[in-house]
Design a protein around this ligand. Sequence first.
Ligand SMILES: Cc1ncc(COP(=O)(O)O)c(C=O)c1O
Length: 425
Amino acid sequence: MTLVFADSEKDQPNVSVSDIMKQVTDKAKAIVVVHYAGVPVDVHSILEQTNHSIPIVEDCAHAIDSVDPKTGDYVGKAGCLSTFSFHETKNIGIGEGGLLVVNDKKLWRKAQIVREKGTNRTDFTAGRVAFYTWVDLGSSYLLSDIDAVMLWSALQHIDLIQNARLAVWDAYDQKLLCPPNCVYNKPSKSLRANAHMYFLEFNDPEMRTEFCKAMKENDVLVATHYVPLDASPFIEDQRSKILLPAGEPCVQATKGSKSLVCLPLYADISTQEVKKIITAVIEFALSKGAPRLVAADEDHWEQIRVLRNQNIDCFTFTKDITRDEHWNFMRKHSDTYRVTVQDGKCVGFIGHVEQDARLATSAKEKGVAQLMWESCEQEVGGLDVKVLLDNQRSLSFFRKLGYVPDAKALEDGQNPVVLHRDTKL
Ligand SMILES: Cc1ncc(COP(=O)(O)O)c(C=O)c1O
């Protein structure tokens, strides 16, 4: 039997189903998938595309409590075998231990024998045979009773554990904005799954090394992850001895191995610890020149006025504003006015008066407007959005953030039109 590796998806570490399908031949004996970070791989698509002719083994080590979006059931029921891990690093961690799910009658008896050290002891305890003896290979895979007690207790509290983990994931997601200068990228919300991991992605490996160093200095334990199996010394050795065929390098997996960093995520992490980690990450991004939001003050008036007039087509009040007009306005609302400063320059402003917000930016990098909007939303919440109907740039910006025009307002020909967060998203 030989091993063939499939690469990761372009946008996340999970194995790519289309790459699996490219590697599958009629010699394929089994397909092994890892639901990496608990994010479900579309096993159903593989089953369909192979007409259910190739058994699938699911590595669910990360995936306890993950839900399969196709069935709405827990992950780990589609393949013929699934393995779960209770290693200390997993969501339900008791130190060491695991669970084998057998979804194939033929393999069930085999599993019982393997579990009982290669004997038919299961038949003996069920009273089917008078004595037990060795019938196949096996080993000592059972949990000790003490571990089993710990596991039972943890499983009884799985909702508590999972809710705590999900809350940490959400705190990172909400508080860590993507720095517009791309120091790192945040994971997409679609990778939340069972909150097994929260990883940042660094495009520059040196930046990642610096980040890990800075986190260590701040006493934040981060982990780089994901060394691709096909590039491991063992596989390289097997290939050099022609025990395994050479394969195409897994380019995406290699890229992931050089870019990902996991932040601390465990059920009993304290709120203060999470805050400390968020502050350390933000401080790092700022130290690398990421724009920051500060309260607007007198020094910013002129830059705000210029920005406002440069973006005049986006506002309903179309007359150029003068410095005096603007100062009169800002003086009254200075506590709700923020500017984004990058390299000492004001590159954007966001202000709101009684929930009605105005936003403009001159920054070329993507993400500055999002940084401003999300920071302001976090601070005040429930901001109203009104956009002129011919302002496609703003409409598409807010659409990406999950805002859609109010259907009734559109029908009534309202302009500027009110946008609402689409609760279905
Ligand atoms: C993807 C994956 N599979 C399998 C395992 C092995 O789990 P265990 O240590 O419980 O054998 C791990 C452990 O880290 C893992 O990350």
